[in-house]
Design a protein. Sequence first.
Length: 342
Amino acid sequence: MKRRIVPVSLRPLLFVIVLTALLTYWGWLLYRLVGPQLVQELPDLGSLLRYLLGWLLLLLLIGALAYLNYRFAYRRWMHSAKTRFYYWSWLAALSWLLFEALQVRTDREPTFVDENILVTLLLMGLISLYGFIADSLQTRRQQQLLIQQKTEAELTALKAQINPHFLFNALNTIFNEAQRSDNQLVADQIEQLSSIMRFTLQESARPLISIEQEFQFLEKYLALQRARLPDLDTLQLRTQLDWDGLPAQLPPLLLIPFVENMFQYGLSFQQPSRLDLDVAVENRQLRMRVVNTLGSAANQKGGAGTGIKNTRQRLALLYPDRHELTIQQTDKLFTVTLRIDL
């Protein structure tokens, strides 16, 4: 059973709709409860504004005090067991200062002592809570940054494993062709390989490339592979690359392991071979289907190399919850189906 995922662009709108409906419902209930009385007995507008302004200034003062406490006391002393005593001593001193300020505000009337103590404890609780919450959010941001850096390092390592493997295979193809004949075909292959190497060494360092660039790279690779294949009735090779022209991007060298796997494990010159490749990008949705028969190399090694394993990891890191990868293997066929929300 497939799980329907709400598009990313609609998620903020969904949150706004639900929140607006909830606040409207609460407002309607409150109006039914106290609305008629408020309409009959409206307070003086100037007094109300001064009252609200006083509360706003008080909240801003408490917020500024909590931030300064976190910035200059909590972060400096709380993270070390040796200096933690300084932080608690500072809180005690700050509590004393807040209490004395409240005492001055109430003209040091004895009847307000208990109320001032309670307000002081409440304010110190809010200030302390702000420090813990702010520190927790800061720690979480640092963890996310570390995860991002780890992900980028893993992707770099995975691409480093993929690129040389492909280049050596292509060089071997041209070398064999050059041994057999000295003609224009070899020159064309060298030119294609030069473009592929330039793409691999330069464009692969970028996080994203256009669909047009990826398709050009695949077409050059397919041209090299066709040049080395013999003309046999038992060999069927069909490729189709379609793109609707809408701007879309994807990481470089993401699709080539599936294509390379098709040639590496699907070719056989002794028995019938079928190699089918379909890649379509429509409305920023990439769909890829690769079908190949299993040759002798696949029977010995299991039908899939390390390239597909690495690509599976890249997809999980780059497109979590935004891709579907299905790999099926029978006695005769190996099928890969990939969908990516670009």
